[in-house]
Design a binder for this molecule. Structure first.
Ligand code: ZN
Length: 308
């Protein structure tokens, strides 16, 4: 592998090489798409159990959506206007016999056959919670809803940074209700998430953040998101000390999704929503970085916290 002149890129490459050499990640030939070893998955599973244990007293509804979103629901959101470069659109072959012959001919001649495909009814899910909002359309129960979600999500951002995967899992808690309920949820989980990650030995820092909105207009959207304190992240160094990685994020959407999908509180007002997400692969990578590649040698208190 050619070493980069940029020190941060070089640090990413060096750490990625170590993870692959240790067998924790299995390369696919595409940046950001990896297999995970049994040891890696064991930590993901233990951390997920920890998240579930810590949220159990809230008695969340548990819902699991597949990692795809209907194209219709995708189009109801403004993801395309905000993050066109990150989307994953699923296309397939919808032609007949004649087009099929042409498709095979192109493949066999090494020509681009992908332009012969057509959009299907589904997109890759860009966030675990995007499938939930359309499913909540209508009037919420009196105390709103709190939902526990986990899903693989897709973001097209190939990177040498092992913590920036194209497909990874988020464990979210989503609150739908009054503005007060959404904000209380956000604040509660920011504190609780920080405590949980610290108890796992990760020296996280809380920062105001913004989403990577695309283009010139995106800069304004990012600034407005920061000014309104809508997004916070908990960051910790993984491959680079200079550029710590977000391993937990909280988002207060105000009435954005409720407005789009017609979600109302029991007294007929437009609902507000907030979600918090634990990035399971990133947390696992942070644990390996901090405590070493062999979980059997991790500090006793960390092993106890994670019930290893
Ligand atoms: Zn979310």
């Amino acid at each position: 592998m050619v070493l980069s002149d940029d020190p941060i890129t070089a640090a990413y490459q060096a750490y990625l090489d170590k993870l692959i050499e240790a067998g924790l990640l299995i390369p696919s030939g595409v940046m950001g798409v990896y297999g995970r070893s049994g040891t890696f998955e064991h930590i993901v599973e233990r951390f997920e159990n920890y998240v579930t244990r810590m949220g159990a007293h809230l008695q969340p509804e548990v819902i699991r959506f597949p990692p795809v979103l209907t194209r219709h629901n995708y189009q109801c959101t403004d993801h395309l206007e905000s993050f066109p470069n990150l989307m994953g659109s699923i296309h397939s072959f919808l032609g007949g016999e004649r087009e099929f012959v042409e498709l095979v001919r192109k493949k066999q001649n090494g020509e681009d056959w992908s332009t012969d495909l057509k959009a299907t009814e589904v997109m890759m899910a860009p966030a675990a919670c995007y499938s939930l909002y359309p499913a909540c359309s209508g009037v919420l129960p009196e105390n709103g809803r709190i939902v526990d979600l986990t899903s693989y999500v897709f973001r097209h951002e190939p990177s040498v940074d092992p913590a920036r995967m194209q497909i990874f899992r988020m464990h979210e808690y989503v609150r739908l209700g009054t503005p007060g309920q959404a904000l209380e949820h956000r604040d509660y989980w920011l504190d609780r998430g920080e405590e949980m990650l610290r108890a796992a030995g990760l020296d996280v820092k809380r920062v105001v953040a913004n989403d990577p909105f695309f283009g010139r207009g995106g800069k304004m959207m990012a600034a407005s998101q920061r000014e309104q304190d809508l997004k916070f992240e908990l960051v910790v160094p993984i491959a680079s000390e200079e550029k710590p990685t977000a391993i937990f994020s909280s988002n207060y959407h105000m009435d954005h999704f409720a407005h789009v999908f017609g979600i109302k509180t029991s007294d007929g007002k437009c609902a507000h929503s907030a979600c918090v997400g634990f990035g399971l692969e990133r947390i696992t990578l942070a644990l390996f970085k901090t405590h070493g590649f062999d979980p059997a040698t991790w500090p006793a208190d960390v092993r106890q916290t994670l019930a290893l």
